[in-house]
Design a protein around this ligand. Structure first.
Ligand SMILES: *[C@@H]1O[C@H](CO)[C@@H](O)[C@H](O)[C@H]1NC(C)=O
Ligand SMILES: *[C@@H]1O[C@H](CO)[C@@H](O)[C@H](O)[C@H]1NC(C)=O
Ligand SMILES: *[C@@H]1O[C@H](CO)[C@@H](O)[C@H](O)[C@H]1NC(C)=O
Length: 354
């Protein structure tokens, strides 16, 4: 039997096996625990399932929205706790052009691409690479050429880690293997600092360190302009409750903020959220240019974990990232990463209660 014949016969079998391996990667749960901070995570979507924090009296509560079963995560349209990619947020008309070639993507949101397509990084099994329960966990994912229409292979990793006694970090890294590609990862946890099953977040106090937003057209795609928040319900430069001006909005709070502190190599303060009842507060720092601020206005009786029913505004998502549709808007900061370059996205949360 010639070598060529041998390969011809067995290559499809080998490919089948490697495919099967990808599709049947075991889905498991992993814990992180330090002092009063306790997390439960899964490699499905590199998702944060539970996040337990003390209130001002030391009482513990789970402060993130989630589900009981992996099947619920598979069915989900809310992206609870998941790692979003290859390109988080919207890409207008589900296409872009790079190096003279036009790439067509799945149009999974009113003719646009949302959160990486029909089966983005939030809907695949990642590999658990390393884990130390009192310290960190790293998940990796090898995105293949043309996955959801995107160019080239991309090696991705996310590390969730404790920093000191009350800080929690998210470190997202991506490396294109063979072609330039847009990359825009985001962590999509929904917070309810009073407890995931406590009702809505409307009385949470929010401060966002962004004096401009990127307004959108009627298809939720940015017009390319930057608009001052002054005199609008989007002004959170001084702390105020989510509900204070919510009735003046044309739609929902689901808007990208241009972060004032971005543009240097250091982390800058992005947002502070406090629940006045439990006293829990989170402060988020990042190296990203934008924050997608979404207050869960599309939740509608979603059946969550522990019997919870998540009504409208049950949780708030604070997604640091690049600007929406940057791949089609040349005046927005570029999200193109070339082979040899490294995409690095850092988030640091600091939790207190008083
Ligand atoms: C982690 O979450 C899963 C899914 O809800 C659950 O089955 C498991 O018991 C949890 N583990 C811990 C230690 O909380
Ligand atoms: C997932 O969604 C399908 C279609 O809506 C439904 O039939 C099925 O029961 C759902 N599965 C779970 C676990 O909720
Ligand atoms: C919420 O869901 C119910 C069905 O469960 C539906 O009748 C209602 O129109 C939905 N509301 C909104 C605002 O989408």
């Amino acid at each position: 039997m010639s070598k060529v014949f041998f390969l011809f016969c067995f290559l499809p079998v080998l490919l089948l096996f490697s495919e099967a391996h990808e599709h049947h990667k075991k889905i498991e749960f992993y814990q992180l625990e330090k002092g009063n901070m306790k997390l439960n995570l899964t490699n499905y979507g590199a998702t944060i399932v539970n996040f337990i924090l003390p209130d001002k009296h030391g009482n513990l509560a789970d402060v993130v929205l989630g589900y009981d079963l992996i099947d619920d995560y598979k069915n989900d349209t809310t992206y609870f706790g998941a790692l979003i990619g290859r390109v988080a947020n919207r890409i207008g008309e589900a296409k872009f052009t790079l190096d003279g070639k036009t790439y067509k993507l799945p149009a999974n949101d009113h003719g646009n691409t949302l959160h990486g397509g029909t089966k983005g990084f939030s809907d695949v099994a990642w590999t658990m690479k390393s884990h130390k329960k009192d310290s960190y966990i790293t998940f990796t994912y090898s995105s293949y050429e043309n996955e959801e229409g995107f160019p080239g292979k991309l090696e991705v990793s996310v590390t969730y880690l404790f920093i000191g006694t009350n800080k929690f970090g998210v470190k997202m890294i991506a490396k294109p293997v063979d072609k330039a590609t847009p990359v825009n990862l985001a962590q999509h946890t929904y917070w309810n600092l009073r407890g995931h099953n406590s009702g809505d977040v409307l009385s949470h106090i929010v401060q966002i360190f962004g004096s401009h937003i990127t307004p959108v057209d009627n298809k939720l795609i940015p017009t390319g302009q930057l608009q001052s928040v002054k005199g609008t319900p989007y002004d959170f430069l001084e702390p105020k409750s989510i509900e204070s001006q919510i009735n003046e909005l044309p739609g929902l709070y689901d808007m990208n903020y241009v972060l004032d502190g971005s543009g240097n190599e250091h982390l800058s303060k992005v947002v502070v959220v406090k629940d006045p009842v439990s006293g829990r507060q989170l402060e988020l720092w990042s190296n990203q240019v934008g924050l997608q601020y979404y207050t869960g206005g599309q939740l509608n009786n979603t059946k969550g974990k522990d019997g919870a029913i998540y009504h409208k505004h049950a949780g708030i998502a604070l997604e640091t990232q690049g600007f929406p549709d940057a791949v089609n808007l040349p005046n927005f900061p570029s999200q193109i990463v070339k082979p040899g370059e490294i995409y690095q996205h850092y988030m640091v949360y600091r939790f207190t209660a008083s």
